[in-house]
Design a binder for this molecule. Structure first.
Ligand code: ADP
Ligand code: MG
Length: 209
């Protein structure tokens, strides 16, 4: 993994978040408080504006800085969770390096584990983890089976989409939507949608290369 790729991914994510304003806003208005789009936009803009500072850094240093910055810019529940993802991913990359798909997959999984620990949630609770956990698992499996990045990317796009859609029929047991009980059924979780969009953006960047 290279810092140049991280910067390009940040720009793709920013464009994708901006292009999905009405989707993200209405999802959080339906089962949350309506601020998820604003939170994600603020985070994405801040990271893209950091380009000059991030460019000279090693990938793990850049991801750590991204995490620290997100902690202070994205509000809400999602801010500290996404911040811990990037900081934990950075820690594992620093320790093990990121010169193979397996190492990148392991770092991604460590980031997801940090979200699980910080948010005390797991799969099936109608959160971003319904996207992130299956993607992390699939990424680790594929990394041992193939070195075909296009195949990995296409598969992870599908896994993220399935995970995002799976939140529709769930009752929320974590986050704001937990207070809604059965009324949350029929609505996709906003954090799951934004994570699916971010994963799709990064995978599409890989596919374009
Ligand atoms: P807030 O809920 O504080 O308004 P956001 O709207 O930015 O914050 O983010 C809401 C999203 O955060 C939810 O859709 C869900 O995916 C995610 N989320 C909330 N609580 C948790 C948790 N404990 N673990 C994992 N994800 C969570
Ligand atoms: Mg919200």
């Amino acid at each position: 993994m290279h810092t140049e790729f991280i910067l390009a991914a940040a720009k793709n994510i920013q464009q994708c978040i901006l292009a999905n304003e009405s989707t993200l806003e209405s999802l959080d208005r339906e089962i949350g408080d309506g601020d998820h789009y604003i939170n994600m936009k603020r985070g994405a803009n801040t990271i893209v504006e950091l380009e000059a500072e991030l460019t000279p850094l090693k990938p793990d240093e850049a991801l750590n800085k991204i995490g620290m910055k997100l902690l202070s810019t994205i509000g809400g529940a999602s801010g500290p969770l996404l911040a811990s993802f990037f900081m934990s991913m950075a820690k594992v990359l620093k320790e093990n390096g990121g010169d193979s798909h397996a190492k990148i997959a392991a770092a991604f999984s460590a980031g997801v584990q940090a979200i699980i620990q910080r948010g005390k949630a797991n799969i099936g609770e109608k959160t971003m983890l319904d996207v992130l956990i299956p993607v992390a698992q699939q990424f680790e499996i594929l990394a041992t089976q193939t070195s075909d990045v296009n195949l990995i990317s296409k598969s992870l796009i599908r896994t993220a989409e399935q995970g995002m859609l799976s939140t529709k029929d769930l009752i929320a047991t974590k986050g704001r939507a937990a207070g809604l009980g059965e009324r949350a059924i029929g609505h996709i979780d906003p954090g799951a949608k934004s994570c699916q969009l971010m994963i799709e953006s990064v995978c599409k960047l890989v596919l374009e290369k």
